[in-house]
Design a protein around this ligand. Structure first.
Ligand SMILES: C[S@@+](CC[C@H](N)C(=O)[O-])C[C@H]1O[C@@H](n2cnc3c(N)ncnc32)[C@H](O)[C@@H]1O
Length: 227
């Protein structure tokens, strides 16, 4: 879970203790007041707040987007908006972010914070299953950056919809690929773990792309097309 005024930020990485995570945050650029307010507001939602990416991941996405400078970025799974805010704040002047989610309630909080950050004009939010939103994109629409962080059973479908549209220097970032370490526990057989393992195997065997699995947060894979 993230921090609010009474609570210290808890690591998303299951292998980091709180002391090390605190050290990482102390040596990472701080969220601004709007981002802090979003963390605090999200924490009041209770257990679901754990879906929000961590501050270090937010800064990592922000850095990636700052250097890629995508004209068109896509986020699958917006929730209350922390990752979309990190992405949108780093977009170039002509950059756009398409946010896909199914929750009006959670994304209303996101919208509030996009407005406060002055990035709402850069963001198109579509409330519908992401598979439909992706299928509805114009055939020739190229994607320069994508962040996948929604229902785990949909990862493979989202990935397969995005890879053929990825621009030459485009990048996909996929969250929760370590799934709290359950990916290496053979006795764990719930459907989300099976989906993530199948997805990870699919990416590593995909000859169209090169990929790297990072241990930031709950595991983040970066994928680019091989040229
Ligand atoms: C892990 S949360 C996203 C967290 C967000 N990236 C952040 O940093 O705060 C997953 C989100 O995916 C959304 N979601 C679930 N199924 C979906 C689907 N089929 N299509 C689009 N969004 C979906 C949920 O409503 C939820 O907001």
């Amino acid at each position: 879970m993230q921090n609010n005024s009474n609570e210290k930020p808890r690591p998303r990485s299951f292998f980091l203790n709180e002391e090390l995570f605190e050290y990482i945050l102390e040596h990472t650029s701080m969220p601004d007041e709007n981002q802090k307010s979003l963390i605090s507001k999200t924490s009041k939602l209770g257990r679901v707040s754990a879906m929000q990416i961590s501050q270090d991941q937010g800064m990592f996405l922000h850095m990636l987007v700052s250097v890629i400078r995508p004209k068109f970025a896509v986020e699958i799974g917006t929730f209350t908006g922390y990752s979309s805010l990190a992405i949108a704040k780093a977009l170039p002047e002509n950059g756009k972010l398409l946010c896909c989610d199914v929750s009006e309630e959670w994304t209303a909080i996101a919208r509030e914070h996009w407005i406060k950050a002055g990035v709402e004009e850069k963001i198109d939010l579509v409330i519908a299953p992401a598979s439909k939103t992706l299928a509805d994109l114009p055939v020739d629409k190229k994607i320069d950056f994508a962040f996948i962080d929604a229902d785990k059973s949909g990862y493979l479908e989202y990935y397969e919809a995005i890879v053929p549209r990825l621009s030459e220097h485009g990048l996909i970032a996929i969250d929760n690929v370590l799934w709290s370490g359950r990916v290496v526990h053979s006795e764990v057989s719930d459907s989300d773990t099976i989906s993530i393992k199948k997805f990870n195997d699919h990416v590593s065997e995909d000859e169209r792309v090169s990929s790297v699995m990072l241990s930031i947060g709950d595991g983040l894979t970066l994928v680019k097309r091989v040229s």
